[in-house]
Design a protein around this ligand. Structure first.
Ligand SMILES: NC(=O)c1ccc[n+]([C@@H]2O[C@H](COP(=O)([O-])OP(=O)(O)OC[C@H]3O[C@@H](n4cnc5c(N)ncnc54)[C@H](O)[C@@H]3O)[C@@H](O)[C@H]2O)c1
Length: 441
């Protein structure tokens, strides 16, 4: 915090507040606390505050022990934004979803800015980490902070944008090992932000403007989205040609340069890839009269994948004389990706819905998702529970569809007991002694 002359104290003595304690915010809170900072965690969800206060975790990939140990001292957890008045840097990690008509929904950023602005203090640094379109920090966040606080950005308080690049559940890329892109509103904001993030990561990458940092994050995610769409399209063609796309990819990947591996799947999920590209698409159209063709095409291909899996399943069943409309189906893996419990935008939810619309009887198994949570697009699926594979239920199904390949699923049991497996992830490739017929999709 600034002293009464407005000078900032050295960052090492500073305390850090995180607003929004989800997949991004909670690991950040732990990282700053691990770096020795005093931390303040703010979330409007009282259940999260209660659980953390009791030393419990609500994210499957973060063990409770690291929470109880790390947050045992120098930590304030609250739903009350007033707690940030005593701290020096505030990091915002709230959701940036899409509206139903695929336009940016900045309501969480806006409401956070309004509340934060009421408590903002001279000398504080505010850093936005939520993924968003270029221009958000300057045109949306700063004006709200200024009008609510009566303070001037770049003069009375400092502003940065630093996109979060964490990959939840990926043990090979811890948050603290990933280089951090940082931009500031002006030189002093940048200096403070570089100092702040240097506490938790070995490499900080300063860039010249807020918009460059905002756009860099979108480029990263659009690059992945477009390449996944490409490989999904290649997969659908390879199926028609009678080629194994996984073997094709493996062969291509032996080239030591110029080729990066991406894998096909049943469709995109999570709070990033199905959403972020459309932030740029919207901005390009509305402000620059520019059509982002790659984004739109990739979006169409990726969104069509659950229907493709449905068609492959229908065909495989028909070959066995079973109509999809009368079939019993077990979906394996409802989280959107391996080894995490996040079901947001998961293709598993879409598949469950389209299969049931076609008349199939659908159950699921996911050790990380014992009960399906309420989601915006699939509220009617909330409350369904995961079946136990040991219960002998597998052999009773007409088809098992592997949607997400968690490591702790018993694939041997599936191979031994299922009669037909539609494998969207190539999860059965190394399973020995399988009885099941396996169809890629
Ligand atoms: N999940 C990822 O893998 C990932 C990776 C990189 C970047 N991001 C980006 O980070 C941002 C956050 O994503 P997430 O996955 O952590 O979301 P999340 O939904 O897991 O967490 C967001 C948290 O913010 C809280 N919140 C909402 N409004 C609030 C407010 N006004 N005040 C205080 N708390 C509030 C919610 O209760 C929730 O706990 C998004 O912009 C996302 O695109 C996500």
């Amino acid at each position: 915090m600034a002293d009464k002359d407005g000078a900032s104290s050295p960052i090492q003595e500073k305390s850090v507040g995180i607003v929004g304690l989800g997949y991004v915010g909670l690991p950040l809170l732990l990282a700053f606390r691990n770096a020795g900072c005093e931390v303040v965690g703010i979330d409007i969800d009282p259940d999260k505050i209660d659980l953390l206060g009791r030393g419990e975790s609500y994210l499957s990939h973060i063990p409770a022990t690291s929470i109880s140990r790390v947050l045992a001292e120098k930590t304030v957890l609250s739903a009350n934004m007033a707690e940030i008045e005593k701290i020096d840097a505030v990091v915002i990690t709230v959701p940036t979803p899409l509206t139903h008509d695929m336009t940016p929904d900045l309501s969480f950023v806006e409401s956070t800015a309004k509340e934060l602005g009421k408590h903002l203090q001279v000398g504080q640094l505010v850093s936005l980490e939520s993924t968003t379109y270029p221009g958000t920090t300057r045109e949306v966040l700063i004006p709200i902070l200024e009008s609510e606080s009566g303070l001037a950005a770049g003069k009375d308080f400092h502003v940065a944008f630093s996109p979060e690049r964490v990959d939840p559940g990926d043990p090979d890329h811890e948050l603290t090992e990933i280089p951090k892109i940082v931009a500031g509103l002006n030189k002093e904001s940048l200096r403070l932000a570089v100092d702040l993030y240097s506490l938790i990561t070995p490499e900080v990458v300063p860039v010249s403007t807020l918009e460059v940092a905002e756009m860099a994050k979108l480029l990263e995610n659009i690059y992945r989205t477009v390449n996944i769409a490409l490989v999904n399209e290649m997969k659908m063609l390879a199926d028609r040609m009678g080629l194994d796309i996984w073997e094709v990819i493996g062969a291509a990947a032996t080239k030591p340069f110029g080729f990066q591996v991406f894998y096909p799947g049943p469709g995109l999920g999570g709070h990033c890839l199905p959403i972020d590209p459309f932030y740029l698409d919207w901005r390009a159209k509305t402000k620059y009269d520019f059509k982002t063709q790659f984004i739109e095409l990739a979006g169409r291909i990726n969104a069509s994948m659950p229907d493709y899996v449905l068609q492959r399943t229908r065909m495989a069943l028909e070959e066995r004389g079973v109509e999809l409309g009368c079939a019993k189906v077990l979906l394996v893996g409802m989280a959107y990706k391996r080894d995490i419990s996040d079901t947001r935008e998961s293709p598993g939810l879409k598949l469950m819905t389209v299969l049931e619309e076609a008349g199939a009887k659908v159950i699921y198994h996911d050790p990380l998702v014992p009960i399906l949570p309420a989601t915006r697009d699939y509220p009617l699926l909330a409350g369904r529970s995961s079946v136990d594979l040991e219960s002998g239920i597998v052999g009773d199904q007409d088809v098992v569809i592997i949607v997400t390949d968690h490591r702790n699923i018993d694939y041997e049991l599936l191979a031994a007991e299922a009669s037909l497996v539609v494998d969207t992830r190539n999860a059965m490739r190394d399973v020995e002694g399988r009885v099941a017929e396996v169809v890629g999709a």
